[in-house]
Each structure stands twice: as structure tokens, then as C-alpha cells.
Design a protein. Structure first.
Length: 171
């Protein structure tokens, strides 16, 4: 029985160490890449000047053609993201302000899906690798009821491994 408990303890310890190492590697890769997506593009950029910035869901992404604005001499970028809500659009705008972007016009595509103030879990999750490295992202997420689980996700995972019944009761 003693050998079994030691084996389980070693497995749990190895798993926890592996979680820390993999989280560190994942976060480091994301912090230093700028070509993965629109969020990384803004997070890893310096001040930029735009005449028009487009924000919103996939409708903004797919239906506002930046080239039409460019043809009129307006420097434009479409930051619309599939599944995005107002939560993510406002966070993207805050990140741009933090990076000292100079924007003359913002087009915010607003439909019934975007008007939802809750986050889109799929899109919001793309900001999470930066939550410990950006005051803007941390403050934006701090108003969410599950902020502690998001901010201390490693601790939450450890707690769920060590005490699964407590985590299940909480959910």
C-alpha cells in the first residue's frame, strides 16, 4: 500500500511540474509571436496610425472590405473576429489605446449577437495567455465572476486534481 501511495504522489507531482513547465513554454511562445492572429498582432505591436479600424464579429470580419477604404486613401485594418462580442471588441480597443494607436474612425459592427456584454468564451480565451503580462487585459477580465479561476488557472487546475469534489460542488 505504501508503494502505491508513493506512486500516486509521484504521478501527481510529475503532472504538476509538467503543467507549470508547459504553461511557461506556451505563454513564452505566445508573448513573442505576432503572426498568430489579430490579438497577438496588437499585443506585440507598437504605436500605429489608422484612419479606419473595424471591430466586431465575423460579420465585420467578412463583410467590411478594408481594400475599399484603402482605395479611397484611408489606412484601414479589420479587427473583426468570428464569435466576438462587445466584451472582446472593447478589450481590443483598450489594447490599441494602451499601445498608443492613433485611430481617426472606429466602425463597430453591432448586431444582436455583438450586443451581448458577456464574453465569447472562445474568443476571450485567446486573451488569457497575456493576462499576467497586461494590466489592460487583467483589469478588463477582473469584472468577470470567474476572474479568479482565469487568473489563477494553474492553481485552479491543481485544486481540481487534489480536491475534485470541492470543484464539482462549486460548479
Amino acid at each position: 500500500m505504501k508503494k502505491f501511495i508513493l506512486l500516486i504522489a509521484k504521478i501527481i507531482l510529475t503532472t504538476l511540474v509538467l503543467l507549470v513547465v508547459l504553461d511557461f513554454i506556451y505563454t513564452t511562445v505566445y508573448l513573442h509571436s505576432s503572426n498568430r492572429g489579430k490579438i497577438e498582432h496588437v499585443f506585440n505591436s507598437k504605436a500605429r496610425n489608422y484612419d479606419v479600424v473595424i471591430l466586431g464579429s465575423s460579420r465585420a470580419n467578412n463583410h467590411f472590405v478594408s481594400q475599399m477604404f484603402e482605395d479611397k486613401g484611408l489606412k484601414t485594418f479589420n479587427y473583426g473576429m468570428s464569435g466576438s462580442h462587445l466584451f472582446e471588441a472593447s478589450l481590443m480597443l483598450k489594447l490599441m489605446a494602451e499601445r498608443k494607436y492613433k485611430i481617426k474612425n472606429v466602425i463597430l459592427e453591432a448586431d444582436l449577437g455583438l450586443s451581448n456584454e458577456k464574453e465569447s468564451e472562445g474568443v476571450a480565451a485567446k486573451y488569457l495567455p497575456y493576462i499576467h503580462h497586461s494590466k489592460t487585459i487583467r483589469e478588463h477580465f477582473s469584472h468577470q465572476k470567474d476572474f479568479n479561476e482565469l487568473y489563477f488557472i494553474f492553481l485552479f487546475i491543481v485544486m481540481s486534481i487534489l480536491t475534485p469534489s470541492l470543484v464539482l460542488e462549486k460548479c
